[in-house]
Write a protein that binds this ligand. Structure first.
Ligand SMILES: [Zn+2]
Length: 268
């Protein structure tokens, strides 16, 4: 009985770590084995061995191995950076080469239009295997999908390259009374998962920041200028608020989750 409970726990932890970081489950099993082979006894031994092995794997081994399967780390620069530290820590920063080219070209365009705005990315894809789902985004499984933080400003209109939640998700820019209201439409149709991201903030921060219609328009236009772009998903009321009409900006449907907390981009 005791060992049944033990193995159930190990299985649950394995599944959880695999779901959030892809390689975490395997690293966990490996760390249990390594812990056993270390004869020294010390406090939190298993946790410390796991953390050391996970860091080593995530920051040194995976970036080296991923290109063999056609993925690479998102190349960061002062103008292209993660919106949340979790993205890189959980191996959610892998894409095909074309996405890095797309980002470099978009950053160059953005620099010309408004150098104050940084491209701040959120979840992209995992390092290995097509069709391995990246929870909770079902489509981020081929190296071609990447989410971006919205652009915010302070009350003087100055661009502030920060997020409104720890995870970068879940703080919605709700429709104003004169705008179309897709979240309500989806809710009325019974799609209760539509607001699900509100549970994924991990804590709200920078509450004084406001949605920058100009900043987001400039950012999205720098994406629209790139040939590799396939489509962009954002809530219709934000498209309306930014006066954007390009038909590459689409509504993602009620079966997805709402997109007024981030911008979803797909490359050809
Ligand atoms: Zn997405």
């Amino acid at each position: 009985m005791k060992s049944l409970i033990k193995y159930s726990w190990i299985t649950l932890i394995f599944i959880f770590l695999s779901v959030i970081s892809q390689i975490g489950g395997i690293v966990y099993l490996l760390s249990l084995w390594i812990s056993k082979t270390i004869n020294l006894k010390f406090k939190f031994k298993k946790v410390l061995v796991f953390l050391a092995l996970y860091s080593l794997t995530t920051f040194l081994v995976i970036p080296f191995l991923a290109p063999f399967g056609g993925r690479e780390k998102i190349i960061t620069t002062p103008n292209i950076k993660p919106a949340s530290f979790l993205t890189n820590v959980l191996n959610r920063n892998y894409v095909i080469k074309d996405v890095n080219l797309f980002l470099a070209d978009a950053a160059e365009e953005l620099e010309k239009q408004n150098p104050e705005i940084a491209i701040r990315y959120l979840d992209a894809c995992f390092p290995f295997f097509n069709d391995f789902p990246l929870f909770p985004h079902l489509s981020h499984n081929d190296g071609k999908k990447i989410d971006f933080s919205l652009v915010y400003q302070d009350n003087t209109g100055k661009i502030i390259n920060k997020s409104k939640s720890i995870s970068g998700y879940g703080v919605f820019e709700a429709p104003k009374s004169n705008e179309s209201n897709q979240p309500d439409n989806c809710k009325e149709k019974g799609y209760f998962q539509y607001n699900f991201a509100k549970y994924l903030t991990l804590g709200k921060i920078n509450k004084n920041l406001e949605f920058s219609a100009d900043g987001n328009r400039v950012l999205i236009r720098s994406f629209l200028k790139q040939e590799q772009l396939n489509k962009i998903f954002i809530e219709p009321h934000l498209k309306q608020r930014m006066n954007l009409t390009d038909n590459k900006i689409r509504f993602h449907g009620c079966k997805a989750v709402r997109h007024d907390d981030h911008i979803h981009v797909q490359i050809q």
